[in-house]
Design a binder for this molecule. Structure first.
Ligand code: ZN
Length: 197
């Protein structure tokens, strides 16, 4: 199966600017970048702050139990609401990504998991203002009781032979299909963070 790690839902070269108008350090105006440069700079020479723009790191967790995997239906009001995705979420500034993965799974599904491998990393150009860098890990359930919560309103265990629901993110679908097609073992993870100790 072809490997894919970059998923673009729009022409990402056409729109690279962000909407900030004023410098967050001194309140002066921000100077628009020349075409092709995504960062803005403060117009106050004494400040010279540069506002960089970077993708947002998120964690996505493929939970596998035998031949089944878990998907979450996103609440209506969320981005791509009503569609399905792997348990996922933003990595907080104070968190390592393995702990973030266990936390997001617990918040969205009620399940406790042990992360068993690092599967892939994907660039997701979802919308001109949403670009995520998703770390995808493999996990197995080790406890808890399945119950949708947070920005999820339904959980479902699926097998690849089932009629699958509409996926919110192409990267998730690719990751699921690739895992079951290849059973790639992935890279080992640090168990001090990958499971509750
Ligand atoms: Zn400034």
């Amino acid at each position: 199966m072809k490997t894919c790690q970059v998923f673009a839902a729009y022409d990402r070269d056409a729109t690279t600017q962000h909407g900030w108008a004023y410098c967050p350090m001194c309140g002066s105006g921000l100077v628009r970048p020349t075409r092709g440069e995504p960062e803005k700079t403060c117009e106050n020479p004494a400040c010279a702050f540069v506002l960089y723009r970077n993708p947002t790191p998120i964690i996505a967790v493929l939970i596998v139990d035998g031949d089944r995997f878990l998907l979450c239906r996103r609440k209506r009001e969320t981005f791509e609401g009503g569609k399905w995705c792997l348990p996922c979420g933003y990595i907080e500034f104070h968190e390592d990504y393995l702990t973030a993965g266990r936390r997001e799974v617990k918040e969205e599904t009620g399940l406790e998991v042990e992360i068993t491998a690092l599967l892939s990393v994907a660039s997701n150009f979802l919308r001109p203002d949403i670009h995520t860098l998703a770390v995808c890990v493999l996990a197995k359930p080790v406890g808890g009781a399945a119950c949708p919560d947070d920005d999820v309103d339904e959980l479902g265990w699926f097998s690849l032979g089932d009629k699958l629901p509409s996926f919110a993110f192409s990267a998730d679908r690719h990751m699921v299909e690739r895992y079951f097609a290849t059973r790639l073992s992935g890279a080992p993870v640090d168990l001090a963070y990958a499971r509750q100790v």
